[in-house]
Design a protein around this ligand. Structure first.
Ligand code: PEP
Length: 253
């Protein structure tokens, strides 16, 4: 049985004052029946990890370099993130793939680096609107999955997030049939590569304009094990109802 996961990606949002939201989340969810992860900007990881030390809420990062150390001005290694208190790292987010020209090969190298430091890699995949309209979604997803994921992926070290680029921050979401098509496809492709037993342990998150009003419907969709949430993770008042919807879904046989 895969434990469900609600993950928040704060992106380049959040200053010291935002740590109050983390505190509210720890109070709102002292014993959640799902896993909780918040990925604030790197500047807040140490403080957020300290605030959540006695809470089931885990803190993650939003990117890492593929190397452990070296001459890479401005970058942060997985070793450093783990030492700061991160337990996971988002990799291959479409904003990194687009803004920083990151390839799936680089995402794979970063995933290896994350694993080497004991971090869970949250590997993101997703098609553009043009690719969806050209009926290329499953081909794009297959290519990204195959090339972004190293051979050692397990349910412990890896989470996959399907994030259609056209749904991120737009208020648009795919239909649940479209989400199910991709998530079922991902599950089958993982099984073809790793065998069914291992594939069954790897959680598949949906990401893209998840909010309290649509969370339940998305969580009830085939092979959706939770969500990677951007905008609606910034405020506990928005994220907590999403967590509650996921808990309700987990409790439904
Ligand atoms: C994201 O950036 O990972 C994301 C899903 O953003 P939003 O929820 O704001 O669409």
């Amino acid at each position: 049985m895969r434990r469900k996961l609600a993950a928040g990606n704060w992106k380049m949002n959040g200053t010291n004052a935002s740590l109050a939201e983390v505190q509210i989340l720890t109070r709102n969810h002292p014993a959640p029946s799902v896993d909780l992860l918040i990925c604030p900007p790197a500047t807040l990881i140490v403080q957020a990890a300290a605030l959540t030390a006695d809470s089931p809420l885990e803190i993650g990062a939003q990117d890492c370099h593929a190397a452990a150390a070296g001459a890479h001005t401005g970058d942060i290694s997985a070793v450093m993130l783990a030492e700061a208190g991160a337990r996971a790292v988002i990799l291959g987010h479409s904003e990194r793939r687009q803004d920083h020209d990151e390839s799936s090969a680089l995402v794979s190298a970063k995933t290896q680096a994350a694993w080497a430091s004991g971090l869970t890699a949250v590997v993101c995949l997703g098609e553009t609107l043009a690719q969806r309209e050209a009926a290329q979604t499953l081909d794009i997803i297959a290519d990204q999955l195959d090339a972004s994921l190293p051979d050692g992926a397990t349910g412990t070290n890896t989470v996959i997030a399907y994030e259609p680029i056209w749904a991120i921050g737009t208020g648009l979401t795919p239909s649940t049939a479209q989400i199910a098509e991709v998530h079922d496809f991902l599950r089958r492709r993982l099984a073809d590569r790793f065998g069914e037993d291992r594939a069954d342990t790897i959680r598949l998150l949906y990401g893209g304009s998840v909010k309290p009003s649509n969370a339940m419907e998305i969580f009830a969709t085939s092979n959706v094990d939770g969500a990677l949430v951007g905008g609606a993770s910034l405020k506990a008042a928005d994220f907590s109802p999403i967590v509650k919807a996921l808990e309700d879904c987990a409790a439904t046989p």
